[in-house]
Design a protein around this ligand. Structure first.
Ligand SMILES: [Zn+2]
Length: 642
């Protein structure tokens, strides 16, 4: 009961705070008219690839003379009605503005004096950027179509007319009608139970930003994983998914122990078909996840730790604009590693942190200075451009630096109070820095002097005093790699039988570095390796050495998506042609951007590779998600069929 009262106070507090930060990625005017609640009502029409229905927005009139301005993209608006009592609706007028490439078109609706509800009748377009309509052939079961949404960063506006800014939080309810044999799920409480009758109702009572509104429809079944955790998947995938995700409840408990209560009721996971363009999406109460994390040995479940962590960092305390995205992802990557440590032990955490640092160094090598800044300026750009390793890994490294400097116990206390203080709010980087100063840095100027906060947040690169996560297990892997590369043992003699995915990834990256006569970017090892570069590769070409490894360990056939991806990337780089059929199969069946973007980029570096990429992409493109299509079109400078 006390919790309940506290909760309501927190929610009310969130309502009265107005975020002043300018969101360059929304046309909305929440400082004048603010949407508080959204009621949705749709028919899901697979035959037309269309959602058709209406959205009823409850608004707060802060400046009564101002119209309501909403974000839309490719929506067909049929009519608009307004109401002062939520019962009687009168016809209204609207104006749909010019469409911008990134932002879509503003929808302006004049409001009569007492109106506090606006109903918009509309339908989506078949190419809506936030929706993917899958043919049965693109699903695991092959018999039924599938629909899923992806709203982050600014794709909610392609399926709902709303104030599409993370600074605006709304509660929502939905009534969804689907073909009778399919199940609809949303990022909300399901009010219709498990009956599969094509008529489903949902409600989300906590205020969330628009990018967390989510819907999926397909031949889905559910299996419980724990008292408040479970998994949805196609029948074909359900058993494997439940086995892989059996530690989910443990993860929730571990996170609560350190960072405070899980405030969303249930935590379920939806395993999507392989065209999902991301690893996971932290839709509240229902994480959307790629099936490529089902490795069979739980080695890739850090993805679930990550999405679960967003229930605190992101969904509870949210970036107010997309330039504050690192507040979501840096905190979440830090929490993800803490969950992995709590559930799987410190050595596993160290391996993942070391791999993360390497990813970060590699990414930085290819970025412009302006894109290496945590508090990035994205004005005039697609906010998806900011989704590099900078907000994730550099953000996490900054928090690791604070933890190491102030001590874990003190830092955990700080984080817990931060999540409480800003619960159900959307905040800016400046608000975070103020809170950090007042609640951690100011208590010890000596310790604070060791962490260059302004450099971390506002400068490119990584501060010289940053932590450098290392893994002793990786040291051992390197020794074995060296012995094999130097011809002292055969591939079959490399003792890899019990290696984890992380050890394999490190081994392969180390071998590739040696093929290229270099070490990990920026590390001391790089210097040392460069110094004896002449002795790097006695004898055979990299492709011949890869064949040796492949004969011993069957890496081309690896069912582990991370290992397969790393191997295929090396295959392109070293022209290991035996893996090309697998490369083609991989690109034709998986749509996860993290994998396909680097593979197409690597192919595009040579004329023959580019030709191969174009031939594959011509077949793969119709099966990819619109977000992935935008990315790969750009990589290959694609013009066909546009
Ligand atoms: Zn994330």
């Amino acid at each position: 009961m006390i919790y309940r009262v506290l909760f309501n106070i927190v929610v009310l507090a969130a309502f009265v705070i107005t975020v002043n930060a300018q969101d360059y990625h929304s046309y909305a005017n929440p400082a004048a008219v603010r949407v508080r609640h959204v009621d949705l009502d749709w028919d899901v029409r697979f035959d037309q690839k269309m959602l058709k229905g209406f959205a009823t927005l409850t608004v707060e009139r802060i400046s009564p003379s101002e119209p309501l301005i909403l974000d839309t993209r490719d929506l067909k608006i049929e009519k608009v009605e307004t109401s002062a009592d939520g019962v009687r609706y009168a016809p209204g007028t609207f104006k749909l503005g010019e469409s911008d490439k990134f932002l879509g078109a503003p929808l302006t609706i004049p409001l009569p004096a007492k109106a506090n509800r606006v109903r918009i009748y509309y339908s989506t377009s078949p190419g809506a950027s936030g929706l993917q309509w899958l043919d049965p052939a693109q699903t695991a079961g092959k018999n039924n179509p599938f629909l899923f949404t992806q709203s982050e960063a600014i794709h909610a506006r392609s399926w709902i007319p709303l104030q599409d800014s993370p600074g605006v939080r709304v509660t929502y309810a939905a009534h969804v009608r689907t073909p009778r044999n399919l199940l609809a799920v949303m990022s909300a409480e399901n009010l219709s139970g498990t009956a599969r009758d094509g008529d489903y109702r949902f409600r989300m009572l906590q205020p969330i930003p628009s990018y967390l509104i989510a819907l999926a429809v397909g031949d889905l079944q559910f299996r419980s994983l724990g008292p408040r955790t479970g998994v949805y998947a196609e029948p074909h995938t359900l058993a494997a998914a439940a086995r892989e995700l059996s530690d989910t409840e443990k993860m929730v408990v571990a996170t609560e122990r350190t960072f405070g209560p899980y405030r969303w009721g249930r935590y379920d996971i939806l395993v999507l078909p392989p065209s999902f363009p991301y690893g996971g999406m932290e839709n509240p109460r229902l994480t959307f996840a790629t099936p490529t994390m089902l490795a069979g040995d739980k080695s890739l479940v850090s993805l679930i730790a990550h999405e679960l962590a967003h229930s605190w960092s992101g969904n509870l305390v949210t970036n107010a604009t997309w330039r504050d995205f690192w507040l979501n992802e840096g905190f979440t990557t830090y929490l993800e590693r803490r969950i992995i440590e709590a559930v799987y032990g410190r050595p596993r955490e160290e391996m993942e942190a070391a791999l993360g640092l390497r990813d970060l160094n590699e990414e930085i090598a290819g970025l412009e200075d302006r894109d290496e800044i945590l508090h990035i300026d994205l004005k005039g750009r697609d906010p998806d451009d900011g989704s590099t390793d900078i907000p994730y890994e550099k953000g996490a490294l900054f928090l690791r630096h604070l933890e190491q400097t102030f001590g874990r116990a003190r830092f955990d206390q700080f984080l817990k109070s931060y999540f409480n203080h800003f619960a159900f709010q959307s905040i800016t980087t400046d608000q975070f820095v103020d809170y950090l100063k007042q609640n951690l840095l100011n208590e010890s100027p000596t310790l604070a002097a060791k962490v260059p906060v302004d450099e971390w947040i506002n400068q490119p690169g990584i501060p010289a005093s940053a932590p450098r996560p290392t893994s002793s297990a990786f040291g051992t892997v390197e020794e074995h790699a060296k012995r094999w590369l130097d011809g002292k043992v055969t591939a079959a003699q490399v003792p890899a039988a019990k290696w984890t995915t992380q050890e394999w990834l490190h081994f392969l990256r180390y071998v590739q570095d040696r093929f290229e006569n270099k070490g990990a970017n920026g590390s001391e090892r790089a210097e040392r390796l460069l110094n004896h570069a002449a002795a790097v590769l006695p004898g055979d070409s990299p492709a011949v050495r890869m064949a040796e490894l492949d004969n011993a360990f069957h890496l081309t056939r690896s069912g582990n998506s991370e290992i397969a991806f790393q191997w295929l990337l090396m295959s392109i780089r070293n022209r290991y042609e035996a893996a090309y059929p697998r490369l083609e199969e991989f690109l034709l069946t998986i749509g996860r951007r993290k994998f396909i973007k680097p593979l197409y980029e690597e192919l595009a570096k040579t004329p023959e590779g580019k030709q191969r990429a174009v031939a594959i992409y011509r077949r793969a493109r119709p099966t990819y998600h619109p977000i992935a299509v935008t990315t790969i079109d750009d990589v290959l400078k694609w013009t066909e069929g546009k």
